[in-house]
Design a protein around this ligand. Structure first.
Ligand SMILES: CC(C)=CCC/C(C)=C/CC/C(C)=C/CSC[C@H](N)C(=O)O
Length: 472
């Protein structure tokens, strides 16, 4: 017998992925409700500059078995068109590396500055990805993991777990990478992707370096289209309510959990408090301090503690003219379209020239010298107008997305649970291994599998990693 209904709290990639797989596992008879479907912040947030829409972040690598790739394919979503550009590494005073528009010249420059480390990087990312991709076969076979540690162990054995316990700097050093590579290329990738440094755990650093490889893509119309279309296809009922309380009912009761939520009465805008019971509840929104207003009541023992704080990143979108002189560039037309910093004291993390989410036919991007170029400046705090005026000689328009973007990582890292209680599961623990859309998609499928295995008593399908692993 199937559960009669399931609640998913949170409408980002993690929530949508869990809803998609819950529908596949339990079939069409179960009713799936999603709360807070439009409260998607973070990397899916979009802003309007003039008539055009831009996105805060998030990218997808070309790997055919990855869920983000499969979702986009299955949902008929197109790759957003990309345009050539070149990046440079900035130390606060000067560029220490500038990409050329000729790939052979760039390769020669990389070899000159970083030696064979660039080649070893490809090999490190390739090997790590091969292990990472074990998860797709394991999940296809119905395996689920009760904690992020068990999931990482199943993917890559003790090596993956150890990568969460050492810093990126230390891990790369042990792999033989030079201090220059670590302090420049790896640093720039972590500043760009996580607003942090090479002190983040090595697993986070490896994901970040994978995300700095060329050829990444995003979805035409915005990556937010992936969760929007997934929940539509999974016939999920969207409830625009904010959940405030999850109460465990008496042990033999069905449904097992009572959700209390607030929503606006569309007739008079008054806030109404309502309740509904569920057999299974999936939490797909961070429960960390300051991030959640949900309380859990009537549980026989306290729920697992959710530790750690989130890192603040501010995405400052500016339509205007980059101050090439500030960066010591004499010809503004030659300015890099991506500036990545390698020094945590610089007032911004990175600056990138952006194109809109919807690219009309015949669209040609303006050059970096144009007053109409749109730039995204990531910083650790809101930038003062005087700071923006240092970076841009002309500001025609600006928008700010102030964002608790991803975990604030420390090494050794801590790994969260996916199980809050039998029947009550938590997707966002996976962000503490590394935060990325693909990671949330994996976390979402894992909690769907945990729900299914628990409901049907398939204990042999949970936490099989330590016995079926191949030691590295
Ligand atoms: C462990 C390795 C080497 C790869 C895992 C596969 C994976 C999760 C790839 C994602 C790569 C990526 C796009 C990283 C960028 S960091 C997060 C980014 N800012 C985002 O928001 O997606």
């Amino acid at each position: 017998k199937s559960p009669s209904n399931i609640a998913v709290i949170g409408g980002g990639i993690g929530g949508a992925s869990s809803a998609h797989y819950l529908r596949k596992l339990f079939g069409d008879d179960v009713s799936i409700d999603m709360y807070e479907p439009r409260k998607v912040g973070g990397r899916l947030a979009t802003v309007k500059i003039g008539d055009e829409e831009f996105e805060s972040g998030g990218s997808i690598i070309h790997a055919k078995n990855h869920y983000m790739v499969k979702f986009a394919e299955e949902l008929g979503l197109k790759h957003r068109k990309t345009f050539p550009g070149h990046f440079a590494l900035y130390n606060g005073q000067e560029f220490v590396f500038t990409e050329s528009s000729w790939s052979l010249v760039t390769l020669a420059k990389l070899l000159w500055r970083y030696g064979w480390d660039c080649v070893w990087l490809n090999s490190l990312i390739g090997r790590t990805l091969t292990n990472f991709e074990n998860i797709y076969t394991l999940q296809d076979a119905g395996n689920a993991y009760s904690s992020v540690e068990e999931l990482l162990y199943a993917m890559g054995g003790a090596k993956f777990v150890n990568m969460t316990q050492t810093s990126t700097a230390q891990g790369l050093k042990e792999e033989g990478f030079s201090p220059r590579f670590i302090n420049e290329l790896a640093m720039a990738a972590n500043r760009e992707n996580y607003g942090q440094t090479v002190d983040v755990p090595f697993f986070v650093g490896a994901v970040s370096l994978a995300g700095a490889q060329p050829g990444l893509w995003s979805v035409e119309g915005g990556n937010k289209r992936v969760p929007e279309e997934l929940v539509k296809a999974a016939k999920v009922n969207l409830i625009p309510g904010e959940v405030s309380k999850v109460t465990l009912k008496n042990s033999d009761d069905r449904p097992k959990f009572l959700l209390q939520y607030q929503l606006k009465d569309p007739n008079n805008n008054q806030i109404l408090t309502e309740q509904k019971g569920y057999d299974i509840v999936i939490v797909a929104t961070p429960l960390n301090e300051g991030m959640s207003n949900i309380t859990f009541t009537n549980f026989p023992t306290p729920l697992p503690e959710i530790k750690g704080k989130f890192h603040r990143t501010v995405a400052n979108f500016v339509r205007g003219k980059l101050n090439a002189e500030y960066f010591g560039i004499s010809d503004p037309k030659a300015a890099p379209t991506g500036i990545m910093t390698i020094n945590a004291d610089v007032m911004f993390n990175s600056i990138g020239k952006h194109t809109p989410l919807n690219i009309s036919k015949g669209y040609t991007p303006v050059g970096p010298e144009s007053e109409d170029a749109v730039w995204k400046v990531f910083s650790q705090r809101p930038l003062a107008d005087s700071e923006i005026a240092q970076l841009f000689t002309v500001v025609k328009d600006s928008q700010v997305v102030d964002w608790l973007a991803y975990p604030h990582y420390a090494s050794p890292g801590h790994l969260e649970t996916f199980v809050l209680y039998d029947g009550l599961y938590y997707v966002n623990g996976i962000e503490w291994a590394a935060s990325a859309m693909e990671m949330s998609a994996i976390g979402g499928r894992n909690v769907a599998l945990l729900s299914y295995n628990w409901w049907h008593g398939l204990d042999g399908k949970v936490d099989t990693g330590r016995t079926t692993k191949t030691e590295l």
